[in-house]
Design a protein around this ligand. Structure first.
Ligand code: NAP
Length: 316
């Protein structure tokens, strides 16, 4: 299995490449950046290679600034783009990032037409749509990371509040990877018990916890300049599931064609079944009234932002 990471000179790209190498599911890893950062990713590749020897992992890691080297990748990760700085929203970086994502997506279609594209660049829901349209790939092959990371953050907070192992917490955040995210509290469970039936539920201030999830990325960026490990392991989770054909459910930003609440022609975080060929199925879920309203609101917000970006992209 071959995976290529575009934007591997960046903090998220290099951390994701490292986490993925550690999973020991990839034979060939290609780190890509622009020419100016080639030295840097060559150093990263060598450093990772040494670490893999310590872990007894046999892998080929190549650094390159030539897109031809992504040929025959099963998955290509796009993590290239301008990151948010403290005080910026994800949509502040939309326009420049749409150009970057569109260019790379067309290059992926040219050099590795059978691959799956995993979009990381923010604002990820809009960028996933840009990648889908620019590559011309099937909608099952192009999706983005966003709400999986938000779901992990909510999981962590609930685990801490209830003082229960994080593995026992089953929860999901859908919608936008941003202010319009929708936590599915009505179906959240701890050890198979719906959270609302849990004796400590009354002690939970869910509204303030959701605000913390929304601001979790900014909080880390304000402290250390960027998020790295959270997105990197979330990316490794998704790729490992695909490569192992695990058929697990993940919340990724996927193109909707009316499957949930009739929402269509927009990429939004929804639960999907992931397998070797990408998205095998979008899970048609039922939500309570508030969640449905919030999901439709998120769809309207992201659709408007997407239309604006698409109308400014030269190619379309
Ligand atoms: P970073 O450390 O600044 O790295 C940026 C990367 O993008 C570098 O590899 C850089 O390559 C590349 N890049 C920048 N401008 C470019 C351009 N004009 N053309 C081609 N490549 C360019 O940023 P980061 O923290 O890794 O974040 C990368 C992206 O991921 C951001 O958009 C960020 O918001 C997003 N992100 C998403 C999630 C999520 O959950 N979806 C989580 C965290 C971050 P060079 O070395 O060649 O300049």
């Amino acid at each position: 299995m071959k995976v290529s990471v575009i934007g591997a000179s960046g903090r998220v790209g290099k951390a994701a490449a490292f986490c993925l190498a550690e999973e020991n599911v990839v034979n060939e890893l290609v780190l890509l950046s622009r020419e100016d950062s080639l030295d840097k990713i060559e150093g990263e590749a060598l450093d990772m290679y040494d670490a893999m020897a310590a872990k007894n992992i046999r892998i080929s890691i190549k650094a390159s600034s030539n897109m031809e080297d992504i040929q025959d990748s099963h998955i290509v990760v796009i993590a290239a783009g301008i990151p948010r700085k403290a005080g910026m929203s994800r949509s502040d970086i939309s326009k420049p990032n749409a150009e970057i994502v569109a260019d790379y997506s067309r290059a992926i279609a040219e050099h590795s037409p059978q691959s799956i594209i995993l979009v990381i660049t923010n604002p990820v829901d809009v960028m996933t749509y840009v990648a889908l349209k620019s590559s011309g790939f099937d909608k099952s092959k192009v999706f983005g990371l966003g709400n999986h990371l938000d779901s992990l953050r909510l999981k962590n907070m609930l685990a801490k509040h209830f003082n229960i192992h994080v593995n026992e917490i089953h929860t999901r955040v859908i919608g936008e990877h941003g202010d319009h995210m929708v936590p599915l509290v009505s179906s959240t469970s701890i050890g198979g018990i719906l959270i609302k039936n849990y004796s400590l539920y009354d002690t939970l201030d869910i509204e303030s916890m959701i605000k913390k999830v929304i601001n979790a990325g900014s909080y880390v960026i304000n402290k250390k300049g960027s998020t790295e490990y959270g997105p990197a392991y979330a990316i490794a989770n998704i790729i490992t599931t695909i490569i192992n054909d695990e058929k697990r459910l993940f919340t990724v930003s996927a193109y909707l064609d009316g499957e949930i609440e009739g929402v269509e022609d927009v990429c939004l975080g929804v639960p999907v079944k992931l397998g070797i060929s990408g998205i095998e199925r979008i899970i048609r879920i039922k939500m309570n009234e508030n969640e449905t309203k919030a999901f439709i609101n998120a769809a309207e917000f992201v659709k408007k932002a997407t239309d604006e970006i698409m109308s400014n992209l030269e190619y379309f």
